[in-house]
Each structure stands twice: as structure tokens, then as C-alpha cells.
Write a protein that binds this ligand. Structure first.
Ligand code: PMP
Length: 453
């Protein structure tokens, strides 16, 4: 009888879902899985089926599901003070800003918003205003790479370099330009890894010169391109980009929305490359997605430029929910968990284990490339290794559906419009166990055998 009650409830929810809910990104998903609860690396649907959440939702539930102490921190703060705007102050925001500063190498100042897109919009507006205040007028262009994802709003979409995210929504904001990505497997410059001259980095300097140094405000990059298909740059790329930005008085914005807070095996992704960004944007892992929050961290020298006397010299940007006390309290508890349980080290260790285990997948001819970075992996699938033709999207969908049926939620990333949605991705919670990783790999092997046949 209990089962029939659940079935009734599920049918009712599905009917209402079909009538009222507009799902994100998926094309009119008529049969969504209705999830009910989560614990550790696993989520459970309304029928009681368990899945390994091998993508941590959208690369974000880093400390895993079902954290009681985060729930308690949220409840305590909500009871005490649910909201005041950040034109004044509150303890959770102050304490969080201080805690975040400890995650970075130099001293930064923090502006709180709600989402990764928001954090990037703030970074772009700050970069433009910074140059105006400093007297380097006319520097407004923002450069980024093709295949990058930086968000959904007009500016962040402008910086996004994936045609599939923009088609039918353009034009985005003015002044966003793209350079080819540092994509060694399909080098846009026709070079081979380890024997090139980092043409992918020089392309950015060329663009700055061709566009006119006097018109370029900032470059935004992720330490590795994640959602655009796990594109890991060659050695020296980010360091060279830092030098290029210095040569041309261009700010370096590093988007750590995914790579931040241990995902890369280091506190922040850029720390793998020993560069100091001018601006760092962060979201997702800041609360492990238990509450919406993001931050734009700016080097103190940049902040100083906003302290001039005219009426328009401060940053005139407001965001009602940004830095909400409950979200900040959640972030503080999330960061405390990461520290107490040494989860950055854990992510690094599990990432190394995952990278090792993944090498068994080379036996499948559809595997074109395997790229890992911290606790993230992208397996680029191709019709055959010779032509490198991307595996057809339908086959990718079948493969993911198979994995889901076997209880593993993996991801598919790239850019659909040119037909590159062929990177199978993994970014499990930091608390994933070796056994769970082996389980994922066993399912992948079965799935890939199915595609090959
Ligand atoms: N930057 C990167 C690198 C991202 O992956 C994302 C989200 N996937 C964003 C920005 C935008 O974040 P949000 O969805 O929170 O706006």
C-alpha cells in the first residue's frame, strides 16, 4: 500500500511538473527524475532509487549531501537575523570575508552576490570602472576564450565562448572578444603539445595589440575550462597570461566558480600555476550549494582606486540578496567542514586515484582523450581516434542514460552548436570513497563497451 501511495504522489508531482515547471537547459524534459534526499555522495529519488552524484550536482556539492551542521548554521542565523542590506554590515559577512582572504595568497577585498554569473558581472563592471578612475580611460573590452562558460546574464553570456549558449539570445553586451582556447587535443594552431611556443597565450597578446591596448580592460579565464569540456592548458600558459596582462595594463580575472575551494586539489585553481590574479570570482563551492552565494575578490590596490572623492567614484552596484546573512553563515560552516576534514587534501588524493583508475578506459576506441585536474575529469569521446570526429550527441545521451539506469549521474560537456558535446565529465563530492570511484568506473566500462559495439 505504501508503494501505491508513493506512485500516486509521484504521478501527481509529474503532472504538475509538466504543467507548471520550466526546467533548466534540458529540452522540455517530460520525465524528470524527482529527487527526494541526499546523503554523502548519493542522492535518492522518490521511488527510492539511489544514484552516485558523480557531478556533485553542477560541480558544486563539494562537501557532499545531508550535512546537519550546515542546516543548523542556517537555522540559527535565520532565527537571529535573516536579512539586512550590505550597505551596512553583519557578522557573518565580515567573518566570511576574513575567512575567504585566508584562502588566497595576497590580501583581497570581497563583494558578495548570489551566483557565479553575478560575481562575473561585478568583476567586469569593476574592471571598467577601475580604468576610468585610474585615468586609463577607454579601456572597456573584456577578452575570454572560445569554449569558456562564464554565466547566463547578458555580460557573463557575452564573455561565454560557446555558441550554443548564445544562439537566439544575442546580441550580448558590447566589448566581449574571444580568443581560441588552449586545447592541446585539438590545437587551434595546429601544434603538438610540448613542442609548441604557447601560441594560445600569444593569441591573447596579439588580440590586445590588434584591438588596441588602450581599449582592453581585462581578460577572464578559468584556471582550466571546465564546462566547456575540461580543457587543461599546457604548462606555462597561465603564467604567460599573467605576464601579458602586466605588459598591457590589463586586469587578470580568474573565474574560480568551479575550480575554487579545493576542487582543483589546491585551495584555488590558480594556485596550481603560481599566479596572482587581480580579481577572483567564486560561487558554487563557497557554500557547497546549500545556499546561493558568490563573491568577487579584488586586490586591495584595486579597491583603493575606488576611494576617490567624486560622487561617482565608489562602486555603485547593489544586489538585494547578495551576502545574505544566512548564506554567509552557511558558507562559514561549509569552509569550516573543509578545513576540519582536510577536504582539499582529500580532493587532491581522490583526484589522483581517479586519474589512475581512468586509464583503464583507453581500451575503448571511442576514448580520444582523458583529461584530469584535481577532482575533475573529462573523457573526450570520438567516433574514431584517427579522425577525432566528436561522438554523436545521441550516443552521448544514450551513454548518460545508461549510466543513470545503473545508478551513476555523470555529465556531458562541451558546446552543442559545433557538435562538440562529447566530453563525459566527473566531479564527485570530495568525500567520495575509492570504492565509489571504482563503482563509477565499472559503470563507465559497461557503458563504453555498449557504445563501441
Ligand atoms: N563561471 C563558471 C566557470 C561556471 O561554471 C558557472 C556555472 N556553471 C558560472 C560562472 C555561472 O554561475 P551561476 O550558474 O551560479 O550563475
Amino acid at each position: 500500500e505504501k508503494t501505491s501511495h508513493v506512485q500516486e504522489e509521484k504521478q501527481e508531482l509529474l503532472e504538475k511538473d509538466r504543467q507548471y515547471l520550466w526546467h533548466h537547459i534540458s529540452p522540455h524534459n517530460e520525465n524528470p527524475i524527482i529527487f527526494e534526499k541526499g546523503q554523502g555522495s548519493r542522492v535518492t529519488d522518490i521511488d527510492g532509487n539511489e544514484y552516485l552524484d558523480a557531478m556533485s550536482g553542477l560541480w558544486c556539492v563539494n562537501v557532499g549531501h545531508g550535512r546537519e551542521t550546515i542546516a543548523e548554521a542556517a537555522m540559527m542565523q535565520m532565527k537571529k537575523l535573516g536579512y539586512v542590506p550590505l550597505s551596512n554590515s553583519h557578522a557573518p559577512a565580515v567573518n566570511l570575508a576574513e575567512a575567504l582572504n585566508d584562502w588566497l595568497v595576497e590580501d583581497y577585498r570581497f563583494f558578495f552576490s548570489n551566483s557565479g554569473s553575478d560575481a562575473n558581472e561585478v568583476a567586469f563592471k569593476m574592471a571598467r570602472q577601475y580604468h576610468q578612475q585610474k585615468g586609463t580611460y577607454g579601456k572597456y573590452k573584456i577578452l575570454s576564450r572560445y569554449r569558456a562558460y562564464h554565466g547566463n546574464s547578458m555580460g557573463a553570456m557575452g564573455a561565454t565562448g560557446q555558441a550554443s549558449r548564445k544562439l537566439k539570445y544575442e546580441p550580448a553586451g558590447e566589448g566581449f572578444k574571444h580568443v581560441p582556447p588552449p586545447y592541446c587535443y585539438r590545437c587551434p594552431f595546429g601544434k603538438e603539445p610540448n613542442s609548441c611556443s604557447l601560441e594560445c597565450a600569444s593569441a591573447i597578446e596579439n588580440m590586445i595589440e590588434w584591438e588596441g591596448e588602450a581599449s582592453v580592460a581585462a581578460v577572464i579565464v578559468e584556471p582550466v575550462i571546465t564546462g566547456g569540456g575540461m580543457i587543461v592548458p599546457p604548462d606555462g600558459y597561465l603564467q604567460e597570461l599573467r605576464a601579458i596582462c602586466d605588459r598591457h595594463d590589463v586586469l587578470l580575472i580568474v573565474d574560480e566558480v568551479i575550480c575554487g575551494f579545493g576542487r582543483s586539489g589546491e585551495p584555488f585553481g590558480h594556485r596550481n600555476f603560481d599566479v596572482i590574479p587581480d580579481i577572483v570570482t567564486m560561487a558554487k563551492g563557497i557554500t557547497s550549494a546549500y545556499a546561493p552565494l558568490s563573491a568577487t575578490a579584488v586586490r586591495q590596490e584595486i579597491y583603493e582606486v575606488f576611494k576617490q572623492k567624486e560622487a561617482t567614484s565608489h562602486f555603485r552596484h547593489v544586489n538585494t540578496f547578495g551576502g545574505n546573512p544566512v548564506s554567509c553563515a552557511v558558507a562559514l560552516e561549509n569552509l569550516a567542514i573543509i578545513e576540519e576534514e582536510k577536504l582539499v587534501e582529500e580532493a587532491s588524493d581522490m583526484g589522483a586515484f581517479l586519474a589512475e583508475e581512468l586509464s583503464v578506459l583507453w581500451e575503448f576506441p571511442v576514448v580520444g582523450d582523458i583529461r584530469t585536474f584535481g577532482l575533475m575529469a573529462g573523457i573526450e569521446l570520438v567516433e574514431d581516434r584517427e579522425s577525432k570526429t566528436p561522438l554523436a550527441v545521441e550516443k552521448m545521451n544514450q551513454l548518460l542514460a545508461f549510466c543513470r539506469e545503473k545508478g551513476v549521474i555523470a555529465g556531458k560537456n562541451g558546446d552543442t552548436v559545433p557538435g562538440f558535446q562529447n566530453v563525459l565529465t566527473l566531479a564527485p563530492p570530495f568525500i567520495i570513497t575509492k570504492d565509489e570511484i571504482r563503482q563509477i568506473l565499472a559503470v563507465f566500462k559497461e557503458a563504453l563497451a555498449g557504445v563501441t559495439a
